[in-house]
Design a protein around this ligand. Structure first.
Ligand code: PSZ
Length: 284
């Protein structure tokens, strides 16, 4: 049975002390993070927790814990749930208060919840690649905030799912921004191209790892918006996220990317990424 962290306590119940007045329910008024666990250890936890604080600050929400305390809670969740390969989910909402749109008049304490769960690496997708569907990016203009408001992402993912695709790729004004829950990269003539970390995308932690690996491997990078047309002419395409790592995209809107199999640059990056995680897991 999963052990949760709810409002300062570790508990088997997933509902203890959760209020119907929580602003997470009413407005999606909160932020969250997903941290990967390999071999029972958190991966890039500092970066994720730092981004959680940045997201919170951008919506004027003061997290009632320090960064170190949240890392300790995440570690405790991994231990309590005996997770070896999986992830920790953590969210912070503005708290519980009778429903008004503006912040509560009387100060309320933000609510921190979390859990750790076993989930295998999506090896089949990582090795064989996935299909994606492009959708119009109808999200707001603060996609740099990892907020609980995911309705546009949910609808996009569902649209992709109904088309037998693994991910939806957002297009805003003819430019590829990112996936519904991933960052998007193209490879053309050996150059890795991805949208710059502006307000129009989430600056993914895996994205940052990949850009660092490109530097180490001597692979050229262009951080620029590329068009839908350019996307369709890429030699390779891949998506990145905490749980999907580096996943090759072999089909876009029903058309094969390059040869229709994972590309060489993508595979080189995957190999370098696998070297960063514990060997026993990389070999899973
Ligand atoms: O388990 C899952 O389905 C996950 S874990 C992380 C995500 C999904 N998504 C993160 C994300 C995102 O939601 C958007 C809109 N853009 C990019 C990303 C990738 O961010 P990182 O690499 O930090 O996970």
């Amino acid at each position: 049975m999963t052990i949760y962290f709810i409002d300062g306590q570790f508990t088997k119940k997933d509902s203890l002390n959760i209020s119907i007045d929580d602003r997470g329910y009413y407005f999606g008024d909160g932020v969250y993070e997903v941290v990967k666990v390999y071999d029972g250890e958190l991966f890039t936890a500092e970066e994720h927790i730092e981004r959680l604080f940045q997201s919170a600050s951008k919506i004027k929400l003061a997290i009632p814990y320090s960064e170190q305390q949240l890392i300790d809670i995440a570690k405790e969740l991994v231990k309590a749930n005996d997770v070896k390969t999986g992830h920790v989910y953590m969210q912070v909402t503005r708290g519980a208060s009778p429903r008004v749109h503006q912040f509560p008049e009387l100060a309320v304490t933000p609510v921190v919840t979390g859990y750790a769960i076993h989930s295998p690496r999506p090896i089949k997708n990582i090795e064989g690649g996935v299909s994606v569907k492009t959708v119009e990016d109808v999200r707001w203009l603060r996609c740099d905030i990892k907020s609980l408001n995911l309705l546009a992402n949910v609808l996009a993912k569902q649209e992709a799912h109904e088309a037998d695709c693994t991910e939806a790729i957002f297009i805003r004004d003819g430019v590829v921004t990112e996936g519904s829950s991933s960052n998007a990269f193209g490879v053309k003539d050996g150059v890795v191209i991805t949208h710059p970390a502006t307000n129009l995308i989430l600056n993914g932690i895996t994205r940052r790892v990949v850009l660092e690996l490109c530097k180490e491997l001597g692979i050229s990078v262009e951080e620029r918006g590329f068009t839908h047309d350019e996307m369709n002419e890429m030699d390779e395409f891949f998506i990145t996220s905490t749980t999907s790592e580096i996943t090759p995209v072999v089909n876009i809107d029903g058309k094969a990317v390059g040869s229709g199999t994972p590309g060489d640059v993508t595979k080189k990056l995957q190999e370098a990424f696998a070297r960063q995680i514990p060997l026993s897991v990389a070999r899973d």
